[in-house]
Design a protein around this ligand. Structure first.
Ligand SMILES: [Mg+2]
Length: 112
């Protein structure tokens, strides 16, 4: 499954399971995303300070929550994350005048 397909899966799942959120704006989704990142940050803090109160798997789960929220936010803006990520990746290569290979398509990269 590519990133765009996952974005659409998240949107479809959300519209069925959370119909009360169907009219959420991208700003609402951004607040949701920041909330998930806050949850991840809290676990990250506890992993250092109170090691026995949380598990690494809790952080992994919050990373997943944040990614799903990120996908929902981007989809609400009609941003194709794969295209955006490739542009950002290549932009850094260009800025650093790197001879590393530019990405054209993540799906093609997976199969080469
Ligand atoms: Mg969460």
């Amino acid at each position: 499954m590519n990133i765009r397909a996952f974005q659409l899966k998240c949107q479809a799942r959300d519209s069925i399971l959370f119909p009360e959120c169907v009219d959420w704006t991208p700003a609402d989704r951004l607040v949701e995303l920041i909330g998930e990142l806050g949850e991840a940050a809290n676990i990250q803090k506890k992993l250092k300070r109170d090691y026995n109160s949380v598990r690494f798997e809790d952080l992994e789960m919050e990373a997943g929550d944040a990614f799903v929220s990120f996908c929902l936010w981007a989809t609400g803006l009609n941003v194709d994350l794969e295209t955006a990520a490739i542009k950002a990746y290549n932009k850094v290569l260009d800025r650093k005048e790197s001879d590393m290979r530019r990405l054209d398509d993540l799906r093609r990269e997976d199969h080469s």
